[in-house]
Design a protein around this ligand. Structure first.
Ligand SMILES: [Zn+2]
Length: 169
């Protein structure tokens, strides 16, 4: 399995993160690039911000990923992407639309739930609602893959049907 973990934020990021359930996580920085997982697995971590802070290497990794996914059908088995509805995610969403939806996991925060529920061509992808920024969720998905060698604990969520209603305030 070749799994891509793609975000414009970070997996971890050398910071303490508090998710919406008030759990605190100490995160350490994960470098971009391919990592071996078990005997046959590989993971690509790509934290691509589309900003001047991206290194040349990071930008080149992104460009290579796009070229490979468009030209080679089996280049990756699955893409797990943290996305939002602004400019930063536009290229990512265009990229994952080249893959069958069953090979795509979209991770996004509750602020964008309605927006992604409306993207009908992505309805068959896996949808995971994360904390804002997705740092903790993306890191835990990556860690799960490193430990288990497959994408586990990725529960398909129908954004409209299975999420609890917001508390009135
Ligand atoms: Zn949010």
């Amino acid at each position: 399995m070749r799994i891509v973990f793609l975000t414009y934020n970070e997996l971890g990021g050398n910071q303490t993160v508090t998710d919406r359930y008030e759990h605190r996580f100490e995160c350490s920085w994960i470098p971009n690039g391919w990592t071996r997982v078990g005997k046959a697995g590989q993971a690509l971590v790509l934290q691509y911000k589309r900003s001047p802070t991206d290194s040349k290497e990071t930008t080149a990794m992104w460009q290579e990923l796009v070229t490979k996914i468009i030209t080679e059908d089996d280049y990756v088995d699955h893409v797990i992407a943290y996305v939002c509805r602004d400019e930063r995610s536009r290229d990512t969403l265009a990229l994952v639309r080249h893959l069958e939806p069953s090979r795509v996991t979209l991770v996004y925060c509750p602020c964008n739930r309605e927006y992604f529920a409306e993207q009908v061509d992505l309805a068959e992808a896996r949808h995971i609602i994360s904390e804002c920024g997705g740092c903790v969720t993306m890191l835990s998905l990556f860690a799960n893959y490193l430990v288990a060698g497959e994408v586990v604990n990725v529960r398909k969520q129908e954004p409209e049907a299975t999420l609890p209603a917001e508390q009135p305030h």
